[in-house]
Design a binder for this molecule. Structure first.
Ligand SMILES: *Cc1c(COP(=O)(O)O)cnc(C)c1O
Length: 376
C-alpha cells in the first residue's frame, strides 16, 4: 500500500520543541506562563488592528465563552451558519439557547445576508449571530456585520478555518465583535488542540480569561460570583503555537499553491468548479474544495472512492446543520423558497487533499487519478 496522503495534517518545524523545552526547564507546566502570553502577543501582532487575544483549550471553548460574554442565555434565539462544522453552533445548545440556521449564498458558501435579514423578520428577538468563514473563505462580512449592527445584535466571527485569510485587506477574526480561532490538528497552524477568542474590546478578552480560569474573583480565598470554566490553554500547548506562528505565512503560501495547482490542472474539465470567493477576499485556501455539475455522470463519491483506493484521504463537504438528526427541531431560514444552497453544495461537492507536505509527485498522482475518473 502506498503511503497515505492526508486531507490536512499537522506540519511541525524545529521551533516548537524549543518553546516546549523552555517551559520544562523553567517548570511552567501549567495553564499559564511565558508561552501563553507570548502566543497571545504573536497573534495580536499578526492580526493587527489593536486586537486582543485570550488563548484557550479549544476553538469550541472560545465559541462557548463568546456566546456567554455576549449575553446569550436559556431560550434565547441565536442565528448560526447552516453549512459548517457542528462546533460553530453546538455551544448555543450548551447554553440552553436555540439555534436557528441560516442558509448559504453561492458566492462564498457562507451565511447569506439576504437569509439573515429574513431571519430577523421571523425572529426579531434573536440575541446573537455566529457565522463561519468556511474552508478559509471569508463570508460577506461587511454585509453580515451591518445587518447585526442595525439590529443591535453581536456578530461572532468563527474564523477557526480562516486564520490568515483577508477580507478587504483586513484579517478575518477582526471583523466580528468577537472572533474565534482554532488550532486543532488539521487547521492551518496547530497546537494539537487549542483555540483563541479575539476582540478589539479588551474587556471582552479579559472576561474570557476570567471565565476560562474558573471565574475566580480577586481575593486571597476562593471567591466566586459567576460560574467559570477550565478552558485556559496550557503553557506547553502554547509553546507549540509560538513555534507554529513563525510558519503561518509559509503555510498560507503553500495552501494557496495547492489550490492553484488543482485549478490549473483541472481547468479543461468544465463540470468542475472550485469553492468560490469574493474578488476583494484573499482566502488562506485551508482546504481546496470542488463541486461537480449535477448533469455530470461523475459524482463526488466516485472521486472519493477512486482516491481512497490509492490511500488518499478526501472528505465530504460539511453536512448542513438543518439536515442533522440532532437539530431536526431547529429553525432554518433560506433566502428564497427554492432548495437550500447548502444542501446543493453538500450533495455536489467534496474536499480535495490539501496537505502542505504533499510533494509535487503526490499532487501529480492525485490530479492524474481525478482526471481519470472524468475520463481525461
Ligand atoms: C475546527 C472548527 C471549530 C472548532 O475548533 P476546535 O478547536 O476543534 O474546538 C469551530 N468551527 C469551525 C468552522 C471549525 O472548523
Amino acid at each position: 500500500m502506498k503511503e497515505r496522503i492526508f486531507l490536512s495534517s499537522p506540519t511541525m518545524h524545529d521551533g516548537e520543541m524549543k518553546f516546549i523545552q523552555e517551559a520544562f526547564d523553567t517548570n511552567w507546566v501549567a495553564p499559564l506562563g511565558k508561552n501563553v502570553d507570548g502566543f497571545e502577543e504573536d497573534m495580536q501582532a499578526f492580526l493587527g488592528e489593536n486586537m486582543h487575544a485570550a488563548a484557550l483549550s479549544a476553538g469550541t471553548a472560545a465559541i462557548h465563552l463568546a456566546l456567554i460574554i455576549e449575553g446569550v442565555g436559556r431560550d434565547d434565539i441565536v442565528f448560526g451558519s447552516d453549512l459548517t462544522f457542528a462546533a460553530t453552533v453546538n455551544p448555543i445548545t450548551y447554553l440552553g439557547a436555540k439555534p436557528v440556521f441560516i442558509d448559504s449564498e453561492r458566492e462564498t458558501w457562507n451565511m447569506d445576508p439576504k437569509a439573515l435579514r429574513k431571519a430577523f423578520d421571523i425572529y426579531p428577538d434573536a440575541k446573537a449571530v455566529i457565522s463561519a468563514n468556511l474552508y478559509g473563505t471569508p463570508a460577506k462580512l461587511d454585509e453580515l456585520k451591518a445587518i447585526c449592527d442595525e439590529k443591535g445584535v453581536p456578530f461572532i466571527e468563527d474564523a477557526a478555518e480562516s486564520l490568515g485569510s483577508k477580507y478587504k485587506g483586513r484579517q478575518t477574526g477582526c471583523i466580528g465583535d468577537i472572533g474565534i480561532l482554532s488550532f486543532n490538528g488539521n487547521k492551518i497552524i496547530t497546537t494539537s488542540g487549542g483555540g483563541m477568542l479575539v476582540s478589539k474590546d479588551e474587556e471582552k478578552v479579559k472576561k474570557a480569561r476570567f471565565l476560562s480560569t474558573q471565574a475566580r474573583e480577586k481575593a486571597r480565598h476562593y471567591e466566586h460570583k459567576e460560574i467559570g470554566f477550565n478552558y485556559r490553554m496550557s503553557n506547553i500547548v502554547a509553546g507549540i503555537g509560538r513555534g507554529q506562528m513563525q510558519y503561518l505565512d509559509e503555510h498560507i503560501r503553500l495552501k494557496r499553491n495547492i489550490r492553484k495547482r488543482y485549478e490549473e490542472a483541472l481547468v479543461d474539465i468544465p463540470e468542475i468548479s472550485f469553492n468560490p470567493y469574493l474578488s476583494d477576499s484573499e482566502p488562506n485556501c485551508w482546504l481546496t474544495c470542488i463541486t461537480i455539475d449535477r448533469s455530470c455522470p461523475v459524482k463526488p463519491l466516485d472521486v472519493m472512492e477512486a482516491l481512497e483506493k490509492e490511500n488518499i484521504e478526501t472528505r465530504p463537504i460539511w453536512k448542513p446543520m438543518h439536515m442533522q438528526p440532532v437539530y431536526a427541531s431547529a429553525g432554518f431560514v433560506k433566502a428564497e423558497e427554492k432548495a437550500s444552497v447548502g444542501e446543493e453544495v453538500f450533495e455536489t461537492g467534496l474536499c480535495l487533499p490539501s496537505d502542505i507536505k504533499n510533494t509535487d509527485e503526490d499532487m501529480d498522482r492525485i490530479i492524474g487519478l481525478i482526471r481519470r475518473v472524468f475520463g481525461r
